[in-house]
Design a protein around this ligand. Structure first.
Ligand code: WT7
Length: 647
């Protein structure tokens, strides 16, 4: 974090960018921001009126059950209508919505008109299988166009989608399905990742074994050169194409209440159990639409590319809903950045003339490591705007992105937000806000961030807080309103939203995110709760206790380091380590593997038995340990230090 506090370079958007921008110059930003804060309801009503509503709202913001806020209450709308029908009706049905490219290089272009038809057909298939408004549907798919179609089809008929990132294990699928009692899972026979075939249906079969709520598994054919055999359970499993033969492709969008549940997305927290974050229809639609429009400065001619997976919130808001509502053309790429070579992303930008590119710091750092020569020979001059998301971007990576990818002419929008916030809360508006490497800069319209101490007093360095609700905010945690209140609203007595991040504000009023202040580690932009991993390790019958911490990692930003104690009499050997890693793979997925597991006979604890993570962190960082007098048994520190160094 030291490099962040000394960073004071400032980059202004070019005159040319400013000239054509949606919001031009600091003064326009300030005027618009002032309006949005002084009169939020009329500000948001105005934005909402750019979209289609079957019936108008009776109130913009209903605070009566705060913090269970309601937005655009009384209105009827459908977000798939705003993503599709609206553009087709305006005569833009022939515009390409998706340029899709699979990892092996297979391609497909889909217009807004075609996407509307595919979504209608998919929606009719869901209906024909009995899916009704309010039913929960789990999706476990690779980044193929059908993933986007399936999401929009759920939204079209009012089924609640819960997308599960295809890197999650069958156990994780099971946990999520059990929590929301999904009636259906949609998957595919297979997908690709780094040249390997991923047999998704098999993982789903394993996951739904003990899920009584599941009555159908709908299977899409990936349609590539590799074919994969799928065991199909009769009466439960259906091939999409068989069902589609009996359906038509016109399906009117169901008028949904503004506060009807649109989707659930599970994310890790500070306990062992992932939280089903709830997003509803009307407010999310307005927020995803307007943040996309202003932050990415979207124009009719743009080709937008976000490299996230739809399995995370970034894919929901800034691949599907926000971007399609703006009617622009985007690129969707199925696979890995380094397949077949680390030039793949640059080849794609060149090939599709991508003008807006949105990726994660971890990817940028990986490219820096793979070497600049992979960029050579690719024409990146179509780019006009770059974005970063998922974790704090270190100034070195920011500068590399700025110079090597953006040719020093593209503004970089470093967007700070969360699964819970639905869309960007802190971000530069590219034609108005000068950027500083590593800072997410200023609030989006309507957002009032503060930096507070534990007592709720304002400071310059402290904990980020958000005053006042915004339309895209989460509406709760599925089935657990108590946890919603405790996690997000109890920190300062219900007065402010608590995101769980530390932050600093500089002399220009710019915000610098300093990372999580809770027991959540951000690995390659993916949130992993340390408690979740700890509870997995202690499942093993050789393990007595576990403490997991985050450590700095060159590429991933943060990695996980596990300290475990072994039950007396149990042997510590290589196979134990392998078993523990296998357990992580099985319970969560490979992406949650720790960098290292350190075995010892005990953990450093206070006399009252509390594990001292601060000490473990110091050991990991090779720092002075300071006072260890408060430890119940100071000798454990030496043992752990030895074990840690052993490697
Ligand atoms: C956490 C949210 C936002 C979509 C992807 C991750 C961290 C996110 C930034 C940023 C610094 C960031 C925060 C946040 N984070 N973006 N631009 N600068 N930190 O979504 O899994 O809900 O994680 O990611 O710590 O709380 P998520």
């Amino acid at each position: 974090m030291k490099s962040l506090s000394s960073e004071n370079r400032k980059f202004e958007p070019s005159a040319e960018f400013v000239k054509n921008a949606k919001i031009s110059g600091l003064e326009s930003y300030c005027a618009e921001y002032k309006k949005s804060i002084e009169n939020p309801e009329s500000y948001w009503a105005n934005i909402a009126s750019e979209l289609h509503w079957f019936e108008p709202w009776t109130s913009v913001l209903d605070r009566t059950e705060a913090p269970f806020y309601k937005w655009f209450n009384g209105a009827k709308t459908n977000i798939s209508y705003n993503c599709l029908d609206r553009h087709v009706e305006a005569g833009n049905g022939d515009k390409v919505a998706l340029h899709w490219e699979g990892e092996p290089g297979d391609t497909k272009d889909i217009t807004y008109g075609e996407l509307l038809q595919s979504v209608g057909l998919f929606a009719n298939v869901l209906k024909s299988l009995g899916v009704r408004k309010g039913d929960r549907v789990a999706l476990y798919l690779p980044m193929i166009p059908e993933l986007i179609v399936a999401v929009l089809a759920c939204a079209r008929i009012g089924a609640v989608h819960s997308v599960i990132f295809a890197g999650f294990s069958s156990d994780s699928i099971k946990d999520r399905i059990l929590d929301c009692e999904a009636r259906m899972v949609i998957t595919s026979d297979y997908g690709y990742r780094r040249g390997k075939v991923l047999e998704l249906k098999k993982i789903v079969d394993e996951g739904v074994k003990d899920c009584p709520s599941i009555s159908e598994v709908l299977v899409i054919r990936r349609n590539g050169n590799d074919s994969v055999d799928c065991a199909m359970e009769s009466g439960r499993d259906f091939w999409f194409e068989d069902c589609a033969n009996a359906c038509e492709d016109h399906c009117p969008a169901e008028p949904m209440d503004s506060e009807d549940l649109l989707f659930l997305l599970y994310t890790s927290g500070t306990t062992g159990k992932p939280k089903g974050i709830m997003h509803t229809t009307g407010g999310y639609q307005v927020f995803s639409y307007i943040t996309s429009k202003y932050v990415f400065d979207l124009n009719d001619q743009d080709v937008y590319w976000c490299t996230a997976d739809v399995g995370w919130i970034t894919g929901h808001t800034y691949i599907i809903y926000g971007i399609l509502q703006n009617g622009v053309t985007q690129l969707i790429y199925e696979g890995a950045p380094n397949h077949p070579t680390p030039a793949r992303f640059w080849n794609l930008i060149d090939k599709y003339n991508v003008s807006i590119f949105y990726t994660a710091p971890t990817a940028i750092r990986a490219f820096m490591k793979w070497g600049d020569h992979w960029l050579e020979g690719n024409d990146l001059s179509s780019l006009r705007l770059l974005g970063s998301v998922g974790e704090p971007i270190n100034p070195e990576a920011w500068m590399w992105y700025h110079e090597k990818v953006g040719a020093e002419k593209c503004p970089i929008v470093d967007t700070w937000w969360q699964t819970e916030t639905g869309g960007h809360l802190l971000t530069p508006i590219p034609g108005a806000i000068s950027t500083k490497p590593g800072s997410a800069t200023v609030p989006f319209f309507g957002i009032e961030p503060l930096i507070l101490n534990d007592e709720g007093e304002e400071t310059d360095v402290g904990i980020l807080a958000i005053k006042n609700p915004w339309p895209g905010m989460l509406r709760g945690i599925y089935g657990d309103s108590k946890r919603y209140l405790e996690t997000y609203w109890n920190k300062w007595g219900g007065k402010y939203y608590f995101p769980g991040d530390g932050a600093r504000r500089d002399e220009d009023g710019y915000f610098w995110i300093l990372g999580r202040v809770d027991d959540v580690v951000n690995v390659s932009g993916h949130r992993i709760g340390t408690a979740e991993l700890e509870s997995i390790f202690v499942e093993h019958d050789s393990i007595a206790e576990a403490a997991v911490i985050g450590i700095a990692h060159e590429i991933k930003g943060q990695g996980l380091l596990a300290f475990v104690t072994v039950i007396e009499g149990k042997e510590i050997n290589e196979s134990l380590e392998k078993e523990l890693i296998a357990l992580v793979d099985q319970r969560i997925g490979k992406f949650a593997r720790p960098e290292k597991i350190v075995f010892s006979s005990d953990l450093p604890k206070t006399r009252s038995g509390k594990i001292m993570r601060r000490l473990l962190r110091s050991i990991a960082e090779g720092q002075e340990l300071g006072n260890t007098m408060t430890l119940a048994d100071p000798s454990v520190v030496d043992e752990i230090q030895k074990q840690f160094k052993k490697g």
